[in-house]
Ligand binder design. Structure first.
Ligand code: MN
Length: 375
């Protein structure tokens, strides 16, 4: 059992240049809830009244999902979170020596003392608490165990392990999360970043090592190169680890479009799972194989996402596909004509970087007839 905690509305919104209006926050929260995300990190109350109002508006919807707010491990942020009617607050504190010494100019004991002080304060304000371990991947693993112990002793239910600077790979993730898992029975949440393109892989590794919760964002939105993408994590857990989350995967493309629009960050055509072109085929060998049996060239059916395979003509098409495409337009080509059309299609694809549509194909054919008849 793995719980998805989606942070599109917090780390996703932390992406440079991304800002959601209150209405967009609400629309995204509603769709995350409908899709079946069971925890939503909604925002950062310490930013002020407008953010608190937006979070309260989400809270007032009475969604099924439980709501989390993000804050620093301090009284101000805990009190701001308590104004938002949320279920759980993530109170973040750096745990690496480099951050403790060079950012905070404190020491390890100070970190443990903060946890001992502010976790009970937040609990007393009526919220569950996760201790967010900033820069956990660069922390001394021994100290991380002491942080987990202090967090649990103070009453926190969860430790968020943040690979803040994105320096883990799946092997190191598995080792470090496994060690934490064996030493403590506190909930462990993985927060991965994608600077090396490993956020989803590291998230899966954390789950295999015993993480109970995973942080995701729609389309992998988030600081710098972003976070682990919700759609990738959900589909990979299903197909690689036989772990079903509560997510209705058929709704993921629609959710992706909403977030792409609200964030102003379009999704690349080849983005895993939700990219426009990821079920589109052109090469003769692949199209032929798919037509014979989809299992020849797919890990999972696009129907799981409410999508389907598309084939297009292009530079790598085979004559079979060309003849089929023309037959659908009511034109039955000879072998000679098929070869001629394939040449035209290749030239078109190279020049325009597009697949020809029905009108283009008709033009190619009419041109060749005109040429053949000397007009
Ligand atoms: Mn982050």
């Amino acid at each position: 059992m793995v719980t998805i905690n989606d942070t599109t509305l917090r780390d996703g919104e932390q992406t440079a240049g991304v800002a959601f209006t209150a209405d967009e926050k609400i629309a995204i929260a509603v769709m995350l809830d409908e899709v079946g995300v069971s925890e939503i990190e909604v925002g950062i109350p310490a930013m002020g009244a407008a953010e608190i109002d937006a979070i309260r508006a989400v809270s007032a919807l009475g969604l099924n999902a439980s709501l989390m707010a993000w804050g620093r491990m301090c009284e101000h942020d805990a009190r701001a979170a308590a104004r938002c009617n949320i279920d759980i607050v993530n109170l973040s504190i750096p745990v690496s020596d480099i951050h403790i010494e060079h950012k905070l100019r404190r020491d390890r004991n100070w970190v443990l003392a903060q946890i001992g002080q502010f976790v009970p304060l937040a609990l007393g304000l009526g919220m569950d608490v996760a201790v967010g371990c900033e820069d956990a991947s660069r922390a001394d693993p021994e100290f991380l165990l002491r942080v987990a112990e202090a967090a649990q002793k103070a009453g926190a239910r969860r430790l968020r392990f943040a690979d803040t600077v994105s320096m883990l790979d799946p092997f190191s993730t598995f080792t470090i999360i496994g060690r934490l898992r064996r030493a403590s029975d506190i909930e462990i949440e993985m927060h991965a970043h994608n600077d090396l393109g490993l956020a989803t892989a590291n998230t899966l590794a954390a789950v295999r090592a015993g993480a109970s919760h995973v942080n995701t964002t729609v389309n992998g939105l988030g600081e710098r190169a972003g976070n682990a993408a919700l759609e990738e994590v959900v589909m990979a857990l299903r197909h690689l680890d036989s772990i079903e989350t509560a997510i209705d995967t058929r709704a993921l493309p629609q959710l992706s479009r909403l977030v792409a629009q609200a964030s102003g960050r379009p999704v690349a055509a080849n983005k895993s799972i939700v990219g426009a072109a990821v079920f589109t085929h052109e090469s003769g060998i692949h199209v032929d194989g798919l037509l014979k049996n989809p299992g020849n060239y797919e890990t999972f059916s696009p129907a799981e996402l409410g999508r389907s395979h598309q084939t297009v003509l292009g530079k790598h098409s085979g004559s079979h596909a060309v003849r089929n495409a023309y037959a659908k337009l009511g034109m039955l080509l000879s072998d000679l004509e098929t070869g001629a059309m394939l040449n035209k299609i290749r030239r078109f694809a190279m020049q325009t970087k597009k697949a020809p549509n029905a009108q283009d194909l008709t033009c190619f054919y009419l041109e060749s007839i005109a040429f053949a008849s000397g007009h």
